[in-house]
Design a protein. Structure first.
Length: 380
């Protein structure tokens, strides 16, 4: 294989034959310049010659980040994941990645540029968890590009994502929960808030309930799906993890709220006969349409302001439910199963703010048991 070294100004360069073009039959050459010394150029030439002779050399392709990302997501990634995951991740690409990397050639992207991107997102006030999600998507795209021999170097191993900072959980006490429910009791969103506070279900799980998932005789709610808002409308989809498929026991108060909900729906079905959308949803708009998850957030915010309560997100109702259970002394394993956590470790890590009080009470209960000679139990 022919190759030679030459000096260009103050720098060194090499040129080498890498075979023939299969279409034209003409000789193909590869050149590279910018080496500080002749020795560096010779070492790089030797490495390339070795790669070509072993049959491992592939001519790098010119591909813009934007073109590759869109093509991969629409033709490959879309068919591997759930529709909700695809739309969420594609939104991240269009909103954050393409505006920054879009017009760049993939081989011009390096670890320094990616770290600069992360710093920019931190300055914009985005959460570390969200930036970590961007890192996962960037990693996926660059790994695929390298596997498909579009990207010369696998750089993602040189990239360090920002440290995920654990968000402080906002929770209410029992008095505050009751205040909210009292203020909202005449709203059609009342049973949604009630179920969130009394069961710890996720918003999507509540809005995804159908009447077939509610068994009044057995006093059970069966969680089988989650409601997502997607571009084309609404999507009912199985929960992301197996542990999220679970059943929750209903006490008489929950049953009463849900039966009142069913009576109201029966009246609305008759009122809007002919135009009522029969999706069999436990929670629906007056005409049977799905309840938008964003509407639930908006209405909660309005009632929180009206009640003069500390700001809280919808998901914090779930955190409040779990915190109260743990403060009551309920076994964390049972709390984990109720919340649909895959492991009790997730529960203990998420609600570590409750543990100091539990440890103190545990010590006092043990001393009381030893002094009285009887087992004293507060937990379930």
């Amino acid at each position: 294989m022919k190759g030679y070294i030459r000096k260009r100004g103050t720098k060194w360069a090499y040129t080498v034959d890498i075979g023939k073009d299969p279409l034209t039959g003409k000789r193909k050459q590869k050149s590279r310049s910018g080496f500080k010394t002749k020795k560096e150029a010779q070492a790089a030439l030797a490495e390339l010659v070795n790669t070509v002779e072993k049959g491992n050399y592939h001519e790098p392709q010119k591909r813009r980040f934007k073109e590759f990302a869109i093509e991969y997501f629409e033709n490959s990634y879309k068919n591997k994941v759930k529709k909700s995951s695809y739309e969420t991740d594609f939104h991240v690409i269009n909103t954050h990645l393409i505006p920054f990397f879009g017009e760049m050639d993939l081989n011009d992207i390096d670890q320094f540029l990616i770290h600069k991107f992360y710093s920019q997102k931190i300055e914009q006030g985005l959460s570390s968890a969200y930036i970590h999600k961007m890192h996962n998507i960037i990693s996926l795209l660059l790994q695929v590009a390298h596997k498909w021999e579009i990207l010369r170097k696998d750089i993602i191993g040189m990239v360090e994502p920002p440290r995920v900072v654990k968000k402080e959980i906002n929770v209410w006490n029992i008095e505050q929960i009751n205040t909210l429910l009292e203020i909202a009791k005449h709203s059609r969103y009342f049973p949604i808030f009630y179920l969130a506070a009394y069961t710890g279900m996720r918003k999507g799980e509540i809005l995804g309930l159908t009447w077939n998932d509610v068994d009044f005789d057995e006093k059970m709610i069966y969680i089988k799906r989650t409601l997502y808002k997607v571009k084309s409308g609404y999507l009912l989809q199985e929960p992301k993890t197996q542990s999220s498929n679970r059943s929750i026991y209903m006490d008489d108060d929950i049953i009463k709220v849900l039966k009142n909900q069913k009576e109201m729906q029966d009246e609305e079905r008759m009122k809007y006969d002919g135009v009522y959308k029969e999706h069999q949803m436990v929670f629906a708009q007056e005409t049977g349409e799905f309840v938008s998850p964003s509407s639930a957030n908006t209405m909660l915010g309005r009632f929180v302001v009206r009640a003069g309560l500390p700001p809280i997100r919808f998901h914090d109702l779930r955190h409040t439910h779990a915190t109260i259970l743990l403060q009551m002394g309920v076994n964390p394993k049972i709390v984990a199963e109720r919340l649909g956590h895959s492991s009790v470790h997730t529960t203990l890590d998420t609600y570590s703010h409750v543990l100091p009080g539990m440890k103190k009470e545990l010590s006092e209960l043990f001393s009381l048991a030893m002094k009285s000679g009887q087992i004293v139990s507060k937990g379930v």
